[in-house]
Structure formats: C-alpha cells, structure tokens
Design a protein around this ligand. Structure first.
Ligand code: XIL
Length: 335
C-alpha cells in the first residue's frame, strides 16, 4: 500500500511537470516571461478565444481599446467599458495586462486637436493619463506612455503633439504617468528601432539616455518588432541595442511582435519565420533586462497585417485554424 501511494505520488508529480511543459502559458510563466498577445474586445467576450489565449499566453494588451479615440472619445466622457472587460478577463484568469497607449500621432479622438490653448491641451493630457492610470491601478503593470515619436531618419516625428509642444511633452507625459501610478513600468515604444546602429534606434537611445540623466521617470523602451520575413534580420544588432539600454538600467519590452510572410506562404518562409521568433525569444531569455514578449495578435485568423501590408500575412506563431505552428512548439521548448 505504501509503495502504491508513493508510486501514485511520483506519477502525479511527473504528470504535473509534463503538463507544465506542454501548456505554453505555464511554461512561459515558469521561465519568468510575460508572454502575451494583443486582443480585441471580441476575444475577451468569446469563451473559445479565452481558452486559446489563456492556454498560450500569460499577458494581454488591448489591440485598440485603450487608444484615445476609444477610451476617451469625448472631452468629458471616458469609455472604460471595453477595456474593463479585457482587463477583468485577464486578471480573473491570472494574466498580466499592458497598457497601450497615451501619446501617439494616430487614433486620437477628433476633439483633441481642436483644443486651441496649449495650456488647456497640456492639462487635458495630464487629466487623460491620470484618470486612465488611476482607473487601472494594480491591474496594468506596464504602459506605452508614448508611441512612435521618431521618423526613420532619427528626427522627431512631426506629430500633432510634437508640433504643439516640442520634445518636452514626452518628458511631461512620463512625469505625469509616474505620479498617477508610481508602481507602473513606463515605456517609450516604437517600430524599426530594434537594431543598434540604425538612425532611428540611435536617436531613440540618445533621447532616452538624456531623459535618464535628467531623472525623468522612464523605465524602459518598447521594441514593437513588426518584422518581415524576407528582409534582413540581425540578432546581434538587436542584442547590442537591448544591452545598451541595460547599461542605462532600463528594461526592453518586446511589445508587438509579428513576422509577416508573403502569402501564400512557402514552407521555407514559415521555417525562416520560426527561426526569427526563436532568435527573438533567445534574446529575451538571455538578456536580464527583457521580460515582456507580446505578439500583435492571437493567431493568423485575425491580424492587422494583410490590411496594412497587401500581399503579406500569417505573421503569428498560431495559424489561421488556431493551431500552434512549429514555431510555437519550438518556443515552448525553449522555455
Ligand atoms: C493597429 C491595430 O492593429 C489596428 O487594428 C488599427 O486599425 C491600427 O493600429 N503600431 C502600434 C499599434 O503601436 O497600435 C498598431 O495597431 C500597429 C502598429
């Protein structure tokens, strides 16, 4: 009897371990990675999608619901409903939530640019950040405080915010965000900013370094990593970039990972896509200042890619039928 009990116990432990290994979200959590996906309000209301998301990921971000036009469509009206549904679904399933995004040149509510007084606009930005962050205090661990503020040549993007206030507005936004939720991780996010040595990446690094030296409460940067399979990819240049932020004491989050392929995808392209995902995950697992790795979508069944890059698609490690690609299995092994 005693032996039987012992054998049953060992079997239970083995099954548990095997189970942990097989469930991607659990394996990621064990490895200390916030492994996530951008989701829609439809996802958060659909039991099948919730199952797919919770099995594969331990972190979510709203693909659109926290953007200004959605969460604050009228000057005196905050529309927290959909974001609450997403955040509550995530938290009740033990997942983490990222916040995306405050200062951006796109998807602002139309009324914002009609505020003519600079003082009033700045105060309104402060109100927006404060209200949203206080609302989600304790639920959202990390925010993209500012998004896509550089042009490809490294100059500041001539966005509505920059044209009104200059670069000072970004520092202001980080100060305000830190005051609203001192525990939140505050990120400056962008695309095409992953390779050390590129004009845009280097300009971002210089600006962030200056912020750190001035004592602005920034905790890290976001690499969106919207990549294309048939373009050059340099693991070394990305690692170098990640490391130089580490030397400043900053985090680097992988915030919107997808690797689009020309459609219909060839087996070679899918294989190469897998290598890129695994190279990125290797950086995340080996560089101590990376702990967030979020895909821009749950599966190839819904992604922004075909609408934005005609002729391209299938950018995620879960396919159109919501089945894991070899890439997903390989990443789980790496955990
Ligand atoms: C995209 C969404 O995926 C689309 O649904 C929306 O129509 C436009 O925005 N960089 C970002 C994201 O920071 O917010 C963008 O998301 C993709 C590029």
């Amino acid at each position: 009897m005693k032996n039987f009990k012992k054998a049953a116990f060992v079997l239970a432990v083995l099954l548990l371990l095997a189970g942990c290994k097989k469930v991607p979200s659990k394996a990621a959590t064990k490895a200390g990675v916030n492994f996530g996906a951008a989701i829609t309000i439809g996802d958060a209301l659909n039991q099948e999608q919730i199952k797919l998301i919770t099995e594969n990921f331990n972190t979510v971000v709203a693909e659109n619901n926290m953007k200004w036009e959605n969460i604050h469509p009228k000057k005196t009206f905050y529309n927290f409903g959909d974001m609450d549904t997403i955040a509550d679904m995530a938290v009740s399933n033990g997942m983490k939530v990222r916040g995306h995004t405050f200062i951006w040149y796109q998807q602002n509510a139309p009324y914002v640019s009609s505020i003519k007084s600079d003082d009033e606009l700045k105060a309104h930005l402060e109100e927006h950040i404060t209200k949203v962050m206080e609302h989600y205090k304790g639920k959202i661990y990390e925010y993209d405080v500012a998004n896509e503020i550089f042009e490809e040549d490294g100059s500041f993007r001539k966005s509505f915010w920059y044209n009104r206030f200059g670069e000072e507005i970004y520092e202001f936004a980080f100060e305000v965000a830190h005051k609203a939720d001192p525990d939140a991780i505050l990120i400056l996010n962008d695309y095409n900013n992953e390779n050390a040595g590129d004009a845009k990446s280097d300009a971002q690094y210089k600006f962030v370094k200056k912020m750190v030296e001035k004592g602005v409460p920034i905790n890290g940067i976001g690499l969106q990593l919207h990549l294309q399979e048939n373009l050059p990819f340099s693991k070394d240049a990305i690692r170098k970039n990640v490391q130089r932020y580490g030397e400043l004491g900053l985090k680097v989050s992988f915030t919107e990972v997808d690797v689009r392929v020309k459609t219909p995808a060839t087996p070679e392209a899918v294989k190469h896509q897998q290598e890129i995902f695994c190279d990125l995950l290797d950086i995340a697992l080996t560089e101590p200042n990376v702990d967030t790795f979020v895909f821009w979508g749950v599966s190839d069944a819904h992604t922004w890619v075909p609408g934005t890059f005609p002729g391209y698609g299938d950018p995620l490690p879960i396919d159109k039928d919501n089945k894991p690609k070899e890439a997903m299995k390989a990443m789980v092994k790496m955990f």
